[in-house]
Write a protein that binds this ligand. Structure first.
Ligand SMILES: [Zn+2]
Length: 458
């Protein structure tokens, strides 16, 4: 019997991530109406009548990576907080500079970020930033799945580096209104490609009233929240001095945490904070690329002991899931002093199925199995750095690079082929960003950041 399908993807190696240890050789993924109908051993010739067939024996197929905490448009701050005291640059450069970046720049950066994510192998992101409509438009056109939140706070971020926590209710109200309007307008756009969250930026940058209102709005809309928690010692010190609680404990105490809350970082979380995360069912976005830059690493064993759901994310600057997996592997093995503290398979699971679970989307994303959304990436194995390719999880996780992702499929739609975006002009997106460089360089140096760009001619 012949079955009609839209897309058939052949591969030498398939990593469905749906069952522990499962790797299928000489495999294929069959897709109809954006849904996987088969992901496993190749069926006999003639079984499928496919409108389109791609792939071949020289490729591997994985579920698309899920970035459960990102700031696609934050690339403007690349290089600013990588050396020196990273946390200080966050406050002195990024938080002070964000208000001076016009909406049109954030728009150009959103397109850049969406293109960057696709080219790195992400098929879904969970983003919180400025100008969420611009990111929504970029993702809709380019085909990238996205959960998007508008960044809420009710103080002057640019004053935070001085420890000035003066609240401005008008800022909070205006931002909450825009965040809610965005969620109401955009949730479910593109037949569900775009979904939304409410995004109280951090435990200390929102007042208790704003946290409560934001959480109530999220519940009213039936969507989740997305917040930075225990990201910096300054945040922990502020929350503890005001409330006598750690940041996650505090959010639980004011009834603003539940299973639909995504918490980024938990770098400086206390055991009691982690208990609060466990008790509320909140989920954790772990960003291993960024922590070693700061000389710190969250207590993942304590997070695992409590059974907290977590996935790998990139936060900002380097949107590379392969690098993120290797940072997590190296850091967790080094901090534990054990080679087996974290395995390649676990890293790949945390960057795909685990990250989808953080978003509450384990039922539709993160694995390749019948009934799941057809979000997948194709890796070209015919590369010198992948030879000889023995096909284990370690072969992919320790050796593959983002640039090996040649094809990307989201909900059955091919959105990148031969490393070319199918619905966007990558060169134009990059050129658009580059024209801002002299001005951005001046902005960074005026804030004490880094830039070696000639201010007159870029
Ligand atoms: Zn972040």
């Amino acid at each position: 019997m012949t079955e009609k399908i839209d897309l058939l993807v052949h591969c030498g190696f398939l990593y469905p991530m749906d069952q522990p240890g499962r790797i299928v050789t000489s495999a294929e993924v069959a897709i109809r109406d954006g849904i996987v109908v088969h992901a496993g051993t190749a069926m006999p010739a003639g079984h499928w009548q496919a409108a389109r067939t791609i792939g071949g024996p020289g490729v591997a197929v994985l579920p698309g990576f899920v970035n459960c905490h990102s700031h696609a448009a934050s690339a403007i701050f690349r290089s600013q907080s990588d050396d020196g005291e990273g946390g200080a640059a966050l406050y002195k450069v990024a938080f002070r500079g964000e208000k001076d970046v016009p909406a049109s720049d954030w728009r150009d950066l959103a397109w850049l970020g969406a293109a960057d994510m696709i080219k790195a192998g992400f098929t879904t992101i969970n983003d919180i930033w400025y100008e969420p409509e611009a990111l929504g438009e970029a993702c809709l056109q380019l085909g990238l799945g996205a959960e998007i939140a508008f960044k809420l706070f009710d103080l002057k971020l640019e004053e935070l580096w001085r420890g000035d926590y003066t609240r401005h209710a008008d800022i909070g109200e205006g931002r909450l209104r825009r965040g809610v309007e965005f969620a109401e307008t955009w949730h479910g756009k593109g037949d569900g490609l775009i979904t939304t969250r409410i995004g109280p930026h951090a435990t200390d940058t929102c007042s208790e009233a704003l946290h409560r209102e934001a959480f109530a709005e999220a519940k009213r809309l039936g969507i989740g929240t997305h917040t930075h928690v225990a990201q910096s010692p300054g945040e922990v010190a502020a929350i503890t001095s005001w409330h006598g609680l750690g940041p996650a404990e505090y959010l639980a105490h004011i009834d603003c945490l539940d299973q639909d809350s995504v918490l980024a970082h938990l770098t400086f979380a206390s055991p009691r904070d982690l208990d609060a995360v466990r008790d509320t069912g909140a989920r954790y976005a772990h960003c291993p690329t960024i922590y070693p830059r700061r000389g710190m690493f969250p207590d993942v064993p304590a997070i695992d002991e409590r059974g907290i759901a977590w996935g790998i994310a990139t936060d900002w600057m380097m949107n590379d899931p392969f690098e993120a997996m290797r940072f997590a592997l190296n850091a967790l093995r080094l901090t534990a002093g054990r080679h087996d503290a974290f395995t390649s398979e676990q890293a790949l699971w945390r960057a795909t199925a685990g990250a989808a679970n953080v978003l509450g989307k384990a039922g539709s994303k993160g694995t390749l199995a019948p009934g799941k959304q057809a979000d997948l990436i194709v890796l070209d194995l015919d590369r010198p750095h992948l030879q000889p390719f023995y096909g284990d999880f370690s072969s992919v996780v320790w050796y593959a690079r983002a640039a090996d992702v040649v094809t990307s499929v989201v909900r059955g739609r091919v959105i990148m082929e031969h490393r070319k975006l199918c619905a966007g002009d990558e060169a134009a997106i990059v050129a658009q960003v580059k024209q801002h460089l002299p001005r951005w360089g001046q902005l960074m140096t005026s804030l004490g950041g880094v830039s070696n760009i000639d201010p007159c001619c870029g």
